[in-house]
Design a protein around this ligand. Structure first.
Ligand code: FES
Ligand SMILES: [Fe+2]
Length: 358
């Protein structure tokens, strides 16, 4: 048997929120096991509606808690029946203790992570490993949320597992030059439609913004918005650790999406796209049609990354070129600054204009 070298592992950014899974899957007394940031987790919903995320390992002897039972209040380990309150992780019962024992179960904690529901996702706060338990009421960075610009809107989501580390997932997401090749199709754009582009970027905290601009005329979905006869502007923000916000506005009409690339392990990630809009609100079939095209689009990226992972197994040396890969360079510099504990250090000193053909 030949052992193949693995894809080089990435470093992970801790002390932030990551989407673990869609929260509508957390129903009744069912627990769900997921991998997030290389940590096996078990998620569920208490009977009062609050969702929780625990490390999927009993602190007694390590068996996954997801193999045990959940009654809507406590998670019970299947091995020796220790019970835990799942939001705090606090042990509430150790059945084997006698009246002679002095051990106080309440002083024992299973791993539990802050967990919040937003936009239909269970967001989990993952602290630096070894930094101890995050206490209730701790002052954490805000839970990410998709910006919406009206009361009424429609929404949809998409997800795909990517067999590459989070860095390749993210730079693939912000890469402007792959569009005409990976996403070529009659309804999006053709390789023959490649032309020179000039885009303006500016630094924002922990990221960068592609400033408001009229979107490229060769993308069919944008042409649809033209029917409203108002100027269309698009803003795309990338924010550490893994978020891409896109906002398209056309008078009172808007489309907004939040795309995240989340490390499931050190060498695999998952892309999640959540979008909301009030364009064509009353037109039937827009939702299924949008989902259909969105799925095709993400599938094209996913397939490309499956193929890329094949190439990366052999650890080739790689390149980032100007200007098309400059956003990727900014990403790596921002990430390094954050890992160095200097999140305010920014690779951009001011607005920058980039040019490429796509
Ligand atoms: S391993 Fe969980 S109670 Fe013993
Ligand atoms: Fe893509």
């Amino acid at each position: 048997m030949v052992t193949l070298p693995s894809i080089p592992a990435t470093t992970l950014i801790y002390n932030d929120w990551y989407p673990a899974m869609r929260s509508d899957l957390l129903r009744g007394k069912k627990m769900q096991a997921v991998m997030l940031m290389g940590i096996p987790m078990v998620l569920g919903r208490r009977e009062d509606g609050r969702i929780f995320a625990m490390r999927d390992a009993c602190p007694h002897r390590g068996i996954p808690l997801s193999d045990g039972w959940f009654d809507g209040k406590n998670v019970t380990c299947k091995y020796h029946g220790w019970a835990f309150e799942p939001c705090s992780g606090q042990c509430t019962a150790i059945p084997s203790l006698t009246s002679q024992d002095t051990l106080d179960p309440n002083r024992i904690f299973a791993g539990a992570f802050p967990c919040e529901e937003r936009d239909g996702y269970a967001w989990v706060y993952v602290p630096e490993p070894g930094s101890g338990r995050v206490r209730a009421g701790a002052d954490l960075v805000p839970v990410p949320e998709l910006p919406k610009f009206s009361e009424r809107f429609r929404s949809a989501w998409l997800t795909a597992d990517l067999p590459c580390n989070v860095d390749h997932g993210i730079i693939g997401l912000m890469d402007p030059a792959h569009g005409p090749f990976v996403h070529q199709s009659w309804w999006w754009r053709r390789a023959a439609s490649i032309h020179e582009k000039e885009k303006h970027f500016e630094p924002i905290p922990q990221g960068f913004r592609m400033s408001a601009h009229a979107p490229s005329g060769n993308s069919a979905p944008y042409k649809l918005l033209g029917v409203y006869g108002e100027p269309i502007t698009t803003t795309i923000d990338f924010v550490l650790p893994n978020r891409r916000y896109e906002t398209i506005r056309c008078g009172p009409k808007w489309f907004s999406s939040l795309t995240t690339v989340t490390p499931t392990t050190a060498n695999a990630c998952r892309i999640d796209v959540y979008a909301a809009w009030n364009v064509f609100y009353h037109v039937p079939f827009v939702l299924p049609v949008a989902k259909f095209f969105g799925k095709r689009f993400v599938e094209q990226d996913r397939l490309t990354m499956v193929q890329q992972a094949e190439g990366l197994r052999w650890e080739p040396s790689l390149m980032l070129i100007d200007d098309a890969d400059r956003p990727a360079k900014w990403y790596f510099a921002l990430k390094q600054a954050r890992l160095d504990g200097q999140p305010e250090r920014h690779p951009m000193s001011g607005p920058v204009t980039l040019r490429w053909r796509s």
